[in-house]
Design a protein around this ligand. Structure first.
Ligand code: BG6
Length: 296
């Protein structure tokens, strides 16, 4: 049981599980239960701060993807939180092991931060990571620290879940939901009883009730459950053959068989914060093998 600061990373240990967080991006790069890894991490992922980590749980702020909205148009895809070395604030609870990280303009990747509204938005992010025996909970609090200016943002946990075989995998509880399909640039209502994977898939399910648990089911068995608080949108992504072959840090090249991204976020529109206001949200990924079917 405990928390160890290893310099560039922090390791949380509970009686049956461990989580490893890289300070760069405050990216959770490993979560093991009884020695079994739950997150997918590319063998080619850069862990030296030279680029965002390909795998684990990168953090997306203040923009998801690219945006032409005023103030966001110069930012690279997914913003700067995943390219910044966060401050490790230390342990907040001993049992369950819980730690906190912070990011504000002082620690943010200067080059990228300056592209967000010319580096004129004062913010504070607090990320709390709690390791329980059967779940990993990540909570985020975003504060507008400016005294006069309002600004807006997207947030997303870009969670790469590890699976055995994508072609044996289904994602449930999304039928009837509105989604924007990034591959064909169209919006439609999901008509399939479950999402299956036979080609590149990149969809933003919008405004999905947070009562719905998103389950990853492999050969009829639930392997991951994703629960959300205040995160209405869910991105489901698998790059498949061509897209992964074009990502230099995606290794091995057939690694797309072993991963599925279920990314809870607030990305379909922006959250607006007035000076001094805060917004918070949570992702809980847990084990549990009961199939729960929730209709719209
Ligand atoms: C997903 C997006 O969230 O992230 C995809 O929906 C994108 O469109 C993927 O390809 C990976 O993005 P990046 O910037 O980490 O290569």
């Amino acid at each position: 049981m405990g928390v160890e600061d290893l310099g560039d990373k922090v390791v949380l240990t509970s009686s049956n599980s461990t989580a490893t967080i890289l300070k760069y991006g405050a990216t959770i790069i490993s979560w093991e239960i009884e020695g079994v890894e739950q997150l997918w991490l590319s063998e080619g992922a850069k862990l030296d701060g030279s680029k965002p980590v390909r795998g684990g749980i990168p953090l997306v702020f203040p923009v998801f993807g690219k945006s032409n909205e005023t103030g966001f148009e110069n930012l690279p895809q997914h913003g700067f939180a995943r390219n910044s070395t966060w401050e490790f604030l230390g342990q907040t609870t001993e049992n369950p092991p819980t730690v906190q990280f912070a990011l504000s303009p002082e620690q943010a990747n200067e080059e990228i931060y300056s592209k967000w509204d010319n580096g004129d938005n004062d913010f504070t992010l607090f990320l709390t990571i709690q390791l329980n025996n059967d779940n990993l909970t990540t909570s985020i609090e975003v504060t507008n620290s400016d005294s006069i200016k309002s600004w807006k943002f997207n947030w997303l946990f870009h969670t790469y879940l590890k699976i055995n075989e994508i072609e044996d995998t289904l994602v449930n509880n999304l039928p009837g939901e509105l989604c924007y399909d990034q591959i064909i640039a169209e919006t439609y209502k999901e008509s399939h009883p479950a999402i299956d994977f036979h080609q590149e898939l990149d969809r933003i399910y919008q405004n999905v009730s947070t009562d719905k648990i998103i389950q990853v089911i492999e050969l009829g068995k639930v392997v991951h459950n994703v629960q959300r608080e205040n995160l209405p949108d869910i991105v489901v992504w698998n790059p498949w053959i061509e897209k992964s072959s074009n990502m230099g840090d995606f290794q091995p090249k057939d690694g797309y068989h072993k991963m599925v991204c279920i990314e809870p976020g607030h990305v379909n529109d922006f959250v607006e914060l007035k000076p001094g206001q805060s917004w918070s949200a949570k992702q809980i990924i847990y084990k549990g093998d009961v199939i729960k079917l929730q209709s719209i």
